[in-house]
Design a protein around this ligand. Sequence first.
Ligand code: PBG
Length: 335
Amino acid sequence: MQFGQFPTTRPRRLRKSDALRRLVQEYALSANDLIFPMFVLPGSNKVEQVTSMPGIERLSIDLLLKDIEECIRLGIPAIALFPVTPSALKSLHAEEAYNPDGLAQQAVRAIKSTFGDAIAVITDVALDPFTTHGQDGIIDENGYVMNDTTVEALIKQALSHAEAGADVVAPSDMMDGRIGAIRQALEQAGHSLTNIMAYSAKYASHYYGPFRDAVGSSGNIKGGDKNSYQMAPHNSDEAIKEIALDIQEGADMVMVKPGMPYLDIVHRCKHTFGVPTFAYQVSGEYAMHQAAFANGWLKKEAVMLESLIAFKRAGADGILTYFAKEAAQLLHSSR
Ligand code: PBG
């Protein structure tokens, strides 16, 4: 542009007023996009705060139902359940994972008999809350997680969740071939309408720390990490390969986890496959936001919503987030 000439394009014209800004807005966030992860305790009338996740509680089933009623009122379409297993019930082979009267199975039955289809229930399929060593699978004498032996247990776990009435089973373990194996077993058992949300691109992330406190699976993870099955943060093509396999094996929805540091993967996933794509804004992301809010370093409501619209822009169809209830509330009151 030479001095004296006018710019041909002025992007600022479209930002002149709130009405114009709303008119050209490309993405929107609504309560329909939110999935609330919930921690379930045994017993009744029990509440425990998760220290590293301010505002998040572990609840016994009776209180969980009250909280779910609020989720429904807020228009949240789904919750994801994570049981807190007493250590006496943990074992080397994680048999409690597929106990038909286990905590997750009981919770699913209670939710479904109370609320029916008013909310979708997603269950976590993985063995880590049930193993004494905190790994997501069954280990050999060297501590290595055995793939095919673990898949056998995951099949039983997924079937027990479907039997209890789960709408969606969500394998978060990263074993090879588990989506296909679970899909086959569900079909054979007559659960052809049970959905699978695959944690397809799950990274070996240190952002899961507070979650492991919440479900009590952290302690001393044998071997110290999950690097032999979860993905290295350095890889991107590998995520595309994992997602392709899960889709081929019958996943209805795929997920990328963690969320904000991996939005490039969400974007590649959505644009490569065009399938229902989800992302998990994990416990560590929640914890660091809350720490900054508590210190007055970041403005809570604005930053929360900004963090969530970023997922939509990247291509996510839905977000698992511990902010779900608060965000849904804000979205309703800002209308
Ligand atoms: C268990 C599981 C984890 C999370 C969801 N399912 C932890 C892990 O893989 O160690 C993490 C969720 C969060 O950090 O919020 N397989």
